[in-house]
Design a protein around this ligand. Structure first.
Ligand code: CA
Ligand code: CA
Ligand code: CA
Ligand code: CA
Length: 612
């Protein structure tokens, strides 16, 4: 199925040119140098920090079994060799706390908690932005909740730089995503709010400016939840889609337990979303001059049915060179909008098999993650749901055909008891196969007062890719941290410490976040790409990379948004197992040009700029 990747555009290959070293690339060169000198790196890091697992990529530790050619993949590494996901929050210096009312009497109190990784100072180290939200009581008292930006100090610690950055009080925040809307190279931050969106322009000096009004986004006044930047018309400027959830007014909130839809197992709970009015979605076209124009209706993505929209992702699901759009709708059919290429989209979720589950049931669609977990070159979709509904894995079979393989893949039973939110396909053990992580947490604190299986605080789940289309639940085999019951919401994945292993940032609705770092396990190889567009949008959103290392062929895509109202590291990371070299890399830039590199050494970061 190799031909599926890169679609019909392989013949538009550009001349390979050497990429220019910009400031960022220069930093990566330094990194490459440092990482190459393993002993020097050890010295540096041991002196500077605690809690960082050093990854001796070539130290002779046992490597995972290679994958053979043919239909029978070898078994994954022995489970005893799995890395452990260790809670290192305490050593990071992060003190953030998400506000939360004890009883969660209103739905607007239970949906916040997206977290964004953004390298806002472009030093090559991911920084973290946590969103925060008031309760109704606090909001009515005129008080605010402080969101927070933490700078990565390169030594395992972070420093709260919220005040200097000026991003502490955007709004009643739900989530955040990253895009470079003005193509100046500095990643900008969009915060979704109960009450529209806030666009923070990155000034390049450690500060941000709220440019919502001058960008033409201040008419967005509904309950914005999901958002994602993507260049749907390939003009080099990232456009913005914003989903909206419930049409809710603080002065007229549905009273706790007041309706039939505000009961759960006979007890009073918050009302919604069922029984409440939904809110339409918006697509904003980037005019290239710092402003956006609302093109929702013309584009056919305005959600006239007012569904309860949550997480949003742009991706070219059918490999035709144009990004399509996926929107999860809570308790209602999802939207998959096929990009028709003329500024219009056609909604094909039912035709594609992703509107509802395999039984035709409308599910409480929350979080959303994409990944080529089978190495077919096609991004499959996984969606988290309410309890008594399984997390749905829709396998991408090509040509916009998806199959619900939640049971066949083995993830359905373990996910059914929990209310799932943020999630990600990520290769936690660097064996070259995407694993699946998701976090949980109920919306009703009241469930703890009745005798049912569901509890307010719920553990996370990790599934190991078995390399044959199935996953194994290894949640109990990677240490106690993810088994800690929490009221989790957002998840963001990234290589926080530039050690070639992906870390996990979990934002919880109640209390502090949790930072997880993989420690131990086999010393597998890896490779990471930081892409920069020139003709394409500057952050190279929706650029794709295909990396071939022997018989290991992986694909990844630079994505804005996803998980649950969150933002992953924009760098594309591949685990390589025992492979110490990538033989061939194909980069498909968003403008359709393809670039090829060969014989790249593993265990390095590569900064690649699109040829002019
Ligand atoms: Ca940084
Ligand atoms: Ca910018
Ligand atoms: Ca555009
Ligand atoms: Ca893996």
């Amino acid at each position: 199925m190799k031909k599926a990747f890169l679609g019909s555009r392989g013949n538009r290959r550009s001349t390979i040119t050497e990429y220019e070293l910009n400031v960022r690339a220069a930093i990566y060169v330094v990194l490459i140098f440092v990482l190459g000198l393993t002993s020097a790196f050890c010295q540096l890091s041991e002196g500077a920090s605690r809690g960082i697992a050093l990854h001796h990529s070539k130290s002779g530790l046992q490597e995972s079994a290679p994958v053979r050619d043919g239909a029978q993949p070898t078994a994954p590494q022995a489970l005893a060799q799995l890395p452990q996901l260790v809670d290192i929050t305490g050593s990071t210096g992060i003190k953030f706390e998400h506000l939360s009312s004890p009883e969660q009497k209103y739905i607007v109190e239970s949906m916040s908690g997206g977290v964004a990784l953004i390298d806002y100072d472009r030093d090559g180290w991911p920084d973290i932005y946590f969103t925060n939200a008031q309760s109704v009581e606090i909001a009515l008292a005129g008080k605010k909740a402080r969101s927070a930006l933490y700078h990565n100090n390169h030594d395992g610690t972070f420093t709260d730089v919220t005040e200097k950055a000026g991003v502490g009080y955007p709004c009643w925040a739900m989530g955040a995503v990253v895009g470079d809307y003005n193509n100046d190279g500095w990643p900008d931050l969009l915060v979704t709010c109960f009450g529209g969106v806030v666009l923070y322009r990155n000034n390049g000096d450690g500060t941000f400016t709220d440019v919502t009004r001058q960008a033409g986004l201040s008419n967005d006044s509904g309950w914005a939840t999901g958002a994602a930047f993507g260049d749907y018309d390939n003009d080099g400027w990232v456009d913005l889609f914003v989903s909206h959830y419930v049409d809710l007014n603080l002065s007229n909130l549905p009273a706790f337990g007041s309706l039939k839809t505000c009961k759960y197992h006979g007890i009073d709970v918050q009302c919604g979303p069922r029984g409440l009015k939904g809110s339409p979605d918006n697509l904003y076209h980037n005019q290239g001059d710092g402003t956006f124009t609302d093109v929702s209706t013309k584009a056919g993505v305005d959600d006239p049915q007012n569904r309860f929209g949550l997480t949003v992702v742009w991706s070219d699901f059918n490999n035709d060179g144009r990004v399509d759009l996926f929107v999860t709708n809570d308790g209602q059919p999802n939207y998959l909008y096929r990009n028709d290429g003329d500024g219009h989209f056609t909604e094909v979720a039912y035709l594609s098999g992703v509107a509802v589950n395999q039984d035709g049931a409308e599910q409480a669609n929350m979080g959303l993650a994409l990944g080529d977990y089978q190495h077919t070159g096609l991004a499959s979709i996984v969606i988290t749901h309410f309890n008594d509904e399984y997390t749905a894995l829709f396998r991408n079979d090509g040509k916009l055909n998806f199959t619900d393989v939640s049971y066949a893949s083995g993830i359905a039973p373990a996910t059914t008891p929990y209310v799932g939110w943020g999630e990600a396909f990520f290769d936690f053990d660097n064996d070259g196969w995407l694993d699946l992580f998701l976090v949980n947490g109920h919306v009703y604190p009241q469930v703890d007062s009745i005798d049912i299986t569901a509890k307010y605080r719920e553990p996370g789940l990790l599934f190991l890719n078995q390399r044959n289309g199935t996953f194994r639940n290894i949640s109990n085999l990677v240490g106690p941290a993810i088994q800690t019951p929490q009221v989790s919401r957002g998840v963001a994945i990234g290589d926080l410490f530039n050690d070639g292993r992906l870390d996990v940032v979990i934002e919880n609705l109640k209390g502090g976040p949790m930072i997880l770092q993989p420690q131990g396990g086999p010393a597998n190889h890896w490779i990471t790409f930081a892409l920069e567009g020139t003709k394409s949008n500057r952050l190279a959103l929706n650029a794709r990379v295909k990396a071939t290392a022997g018989d290991l062929v992986q694909t990844g895509e630079v994505l804005s948004g996803g998980s649950y109202l969150s933002q992953n590291d924009l760098r594309i990371h591949f685990g390589l197992g025992s492979k110490d070299q990538v033989d061939r890399v194909e980069i498909l830039w968003p403008d359709g040009r393809m670039e090829v590199r060969t014989s790249l050494a593993a265990d390095r970061f590569y900064a690649i700029k699109e040829p002019q």
